[in-house]
Design a protein around this ligand. Structure first.
Ligand SMILES: Cc1cc2nc3c(=O)[nH]c(=O)nc-3n(C[C@H](O)[C@H](O)[C@H](O)COP(=O)(O)O)c2cc1C
Ligand code: SF4
Length: 640
């Protein structure tokens, strides 16, 4: 057995965990309005089947004033039957089901909330919602709702709950001195501000008994000036542990504002970034086990955290979305599909669609975590293009038993270039992982070759998957050779090239544009980033966008919204305001244009005319992100 500590049992509230791994709460949009769905059950059951000891549900509304259609109304008896099916499905695979109890209070990602309640009349850090202040009686009512919800979960077969007091939601609004200005017994010092959380924990214990697991998720630092830093967290934890000790403490950083991205550090952030906080709060936590969370990249890192005594338990959210079999594979030393920390999963749910994953194309489908289904008849399949879509198609088809030939100029395509940009190294292992699977599944690799129609026809395939990607198409009037991809390739090839005043025109707005901006900023004395839109990174998930803004600001990149480049040449560029038409000339010894991408699908027609069934996938179909490319590649394989 590998990673012995990770796979040693642990006892919490008298219940035995088969290992130290929990699937952390992930809101998914897999549910039905206010209710558990079959899709949600299958998603969580597959994390249990993959070997996790604890499977946490996503945040669920603990009280009527928290109700929203995208969260299960756990306060409502009408949700009981679905919850019971969920607990049974998780338990069937030897895992313990834990329900996360949530109340958003004044926190809204979108526009201001209209009916929000909160500790005090202080604006939410993102939507600026000023909540209606809760009365003493209402607070006591809420405590009762939390206890009733927990008791319902217990009756439904859950082994415990996790109270969400993180990410700026209502319990954190009580904990924080910024959002809690009360002078009654629910506010004041750490003792008073923790009263809401303490009373909830005590009420749940009273309602559910000593053998019901109660976890608490709260920040060790919330990143809001004047709010909770490690010192304040220390005081709060001591107050909580002395009065109503939970069965674990899970420290999740950030709050509902500019620090929101702290809770899900992305590929640009260091791995295991919060270890110092677990160490710092160890004494305050006393006998309460600490559940480590946040960008724990692999089993070795998890094992090291436990071995150092920094935590007793490891919670994994994105890694187990990327690969539900992470726990059992870590025990057996098998290769795990690595999460690339892109936060596209978060982007999907906040776009209002069910969660997906850039490296797990089956996430959220009945096939998630299941072994590949063998095809009834083995076909000869040619995949053209070895970027992420093509690689996934080739791997998926070969693992189903087809004889696959994969043509491509280089493994990973555009993703391989992206992986070489600052802060993007996590993309590389995802490419390597697919390449290894391709090799194991005996895909015939023809890498280095841009396949012609004749190459494909010579193999007389039964089916062709075209995954030839996209290219940047410069708008008319801009000098040739200024497309960002060519410029990035040239800069990576020559690390000595530098510029005085670089100008990047953003007409693409994908994360790769801003990663390239970091490279340009590092290679120039000054970078001006121009966009015709009102802001940059508008299409990126908020968590990703916050990081982009933070990094570009730190690099002193100047932003010029509402502008286009009217003309460029001889070291100068003419900028034009898109609303007023006002023009301004600027110096630019480098112009780079992140131009809109155009599908490179020229082969499709020729091959179809030759009578071959061709399926176009990924950017060759329509330029988007890796998540779509990988999903379509796999869908093409599943359809063969
Ligand atoms: C798509 C997505 C949904 C999440 N939903 C929740 C949630 O419902 N409740 C919660 O406490 N945390 C939620 N989180 C935060 C995770 O539980 C976890 O704290 C964070 O992702 C860091 O852990 P990881 O690096 O293992 O992903 C979510 C994170 C992501 C990416
Ligand atoms: S979408 Fe990205 S961050 Fe989310 S689990 Fe998948 S690889 Fe990880």
């Amino acid at each position: 057995m590998m990673h012995a500590r990770l796979h040693s049992p642990l006892e919490l509230a008298g219940r035995r965990l088969r290992n130290r791994i929990g699937f952390a709460a992930m809101s998914s949009r897999f549910g039905e309005p206010y209710r558990v769905s079959d899709r949600m059950i299958a998603h969580l059951a597959s994390r249990a089947a993959g070997g996790a000891a604890l499977v946490l549900t996503e945040a669920m509304a603990a009280a009527p004033s928290a109700a929203t259609p995208v969260r299960v109304s756990v306060f409502d008896e009408g949700a009981f039957a679905g919850l019971a099916r969920l607990a049974e499905a998780v338990g069937r695979h030897g895992a313990l089901a834990i329900g996360q109890l949530w109340h958003g209070g004044s926190a809204h990602h979108g526009p201001r909330g209209l009916d929000s309640v909160g500790a005090s009349a202080v604006p939410d850090g993102m939507s600026w919602t000023v909540p209606r202040v809760l009365s003493h009686a209402e607070i006591e009512g809420l405590v009762g709702d939390y206890a009733d919800s927990a008791a319902r979960l217990r009756r439904a077969g859950f082994a415990g709950v996790e109270v969400s007091a993180a990410h700026g939601f209502l319990p954190l609004q009580f904990l924080s001195p910024v959002t809690n200005r009360r002078d009654d017994r629910w506010g004041g010092d750490a003792q008073g501000r923790s009263a809401f959380v303490r009373t909830i924990l005590r009420a749940i214990r009273a309602a559910c008994g000593p053998d019901f697991i109660i976890g608490l998720k709260m920040p060790a630092e919330d990143g809001v000036p004047g709010s909770i830093d490690a010192e304040e967290a220390d005081r709060l934890v001591r107050a909580i542990v002395a009065d109503a000790p939970p069965d674990w403490l899970c420290f999740s950083q950030g709050s509902h504002g500019w620090s929101l991205h702290w809770h899900a550090p992305d590929m640009h952030d260091p791995v295991v970034p919060y270890r110092h906080l677990w160490r710092r709060l160890r004494r305050a936590a006393g006998p309460v086990p600490i559940a480590a969370i946040g960008r724990i990249p692999d089993p070795a890192a998890a094992e090291a955290i436990l071995a150092a005594g920094d935590a007793e338990l490891v919670m994994l959210a994105r890694p187990l979305l990327a690969d539900p079999h992470w726990p059992e594979k870590s025990r057996e030393g098998r290769a795990i599909t690595p999460c690339i920390a892109c936060n596209a999963c978060w982007g999907e749910i906040h776009r209002g669609v069910p969660m997906g994953c850039s490296v797990n194309p089956h996430a959220g489908t009945p096939a998630d975590g299941a072994p590949p289904t063998r095809a009834a008849r083995s076909k000869r399949v040619v995949v053209v293009g070895a970027g992420m879509a093509g690689l996934q198609a080739a791997v998926g088809a070969a693992e189903r038993g087809h004889a696959v030939t994969l043509f491509g100029t280089g493994l990973g395509g555009a993703a391989a270039l992206h992986a070489r940009l600052p802060g993007c190294a996590d993309i590389a292992p995802a490419i390597t992982h697919l390449a290894d699977r391709a090799q194991a599944a005996e895909v015939a690799l023809r890498i280095g070759t841009l396949a012609s129609a004749a190459d494909v026809l010579a193999l007389a395939p039964d089916a062709v998957v075209l995954a030839t990607g996209a290219e940047m198409a410069l708008p008319a009037g801009l000098p040739p050779g200024t497309d960002l991809r060519s410029i990035v390739a040239a800069l990576l090839a020559d690390p000595t090239r530098r510029f005085r005043r670089a100008l990047l025109l953003d007409l693409d707005a994908t994360p790769g544009t801003y990663d390239a901006a970091e490279l340009l900023a590092a290679r120039s004395d000054h970078l001006l980033l121009v966009t015709p839109r009102e802001t940059i990174a508008r299409d990126s998930p908020l968590l990703v966008a916050q990081g982009i803004h933070r990094r570009l600001a730190a690099l002193r990149v100047a932003l010029r919204p509402f502008h286009e480049v009217a003309r460029a040449g001889s070291g100068r560029a003419l900028l034009r305001h898109v609303l007023t038409g006002a023009e301004e000339e600027v110096e630019a010894d480098l112009l780079a244009v992140s131009a809109p991408r155009r599908p490179r699908d020229g082969l499709a027609e020729t091959l179809r005319r030759a009578g071959l069934p061709v399926r176009v996938v990924g950017d060759a179909l329509a330029p988007r992100l890796m998540l779509s490319a990988v999903r379509e590649g796999q869908a093409a394989a599943d359809a063969l």
